[in-house]
Ligand binder design. Structure first.
Ligand SMILES: [Zn+2]
Ligand SMILES: [Zn+2]
Length: 174
């Protein structure tokens, strides 16, 4: 029974964390943000190294915000299973490391690719597509968040364009 509770807590932590991370941080960051595109989509990807090198501590906040959604559900899921939370956080961190094993150095075995497609887990190859084309293949852990995230991106871009257009209209002619 405790095992089932732990697995449920781990699964919920990953599902809810990735949902909030994708729709409240990752996609808005691609539209309105700065550091995710510059830092995470660069070959080095380290917010700490970037903040030190460029003397922009604000970049650290961005890195912190990318992890925060997974920790936000800890108090809620603690009631279900503290062990499950530990398992969920370990799996989330493990997936971060795994999904950044980019080709050509890494190729997911066929059996694992099939399993990931079946469950809806993002493979390193899929995440590589996101790193190359920032408007595609969202869903850091779960690939089924990808399509709605792309629609969310289109809508947020439209909002941004509207906002910029109305801002230009409101400003007096030079
Ligand atoms: Zn990434
Ligand atoms: Zn991104």
């Amino acid at each position: 029974m405790d095992v089932i509770k732990a697995l449920a807590a781990a699964g919920l932590l990953l599902l809810l964390g990735d949902f909030v991370a994708t729709f409240c941080y990752h996609v808005p960051e691609h539209v309105f943000g700065k550091f995710h595109n510059i830092v995470h989509h660069s070959p080095r990807r380290s917010f700490v190294r970037y903040a030190l090198r460029t003397r922009q501590p604000l970049a650290l906040l961005d890195g912190f915000c990318s992890a925060l959604p997974y920790f936000a559900f800890v108090p809620l899921l603690w009631l279900l299973s503290p062990w499950g939370i530990a398992l969920g956080l370990l799996l989330a961190e493990g997936h971060v490391i795994w999904r950044h094993r980019f080709p050509p150095q890494y190729c997911t075995p066929d059996w694992l690719k099939i399993l990931c497609r079946w469950i809806g887990i993002t493979t390193p190859e899929r995440h590589w597509i996101h790193h190359r084309y920032g408007y595609r293949a969202f869903g850091d852990i779960f690939s089924f968040y990808g399509k709605p995230a792309e629609m969310w991106l289109i809508w947020l871009r439209w909002v941004k364009r509207k906002g910029l257009a109305s801002g230009t209209e409101a400003s007096p002619a030079p």
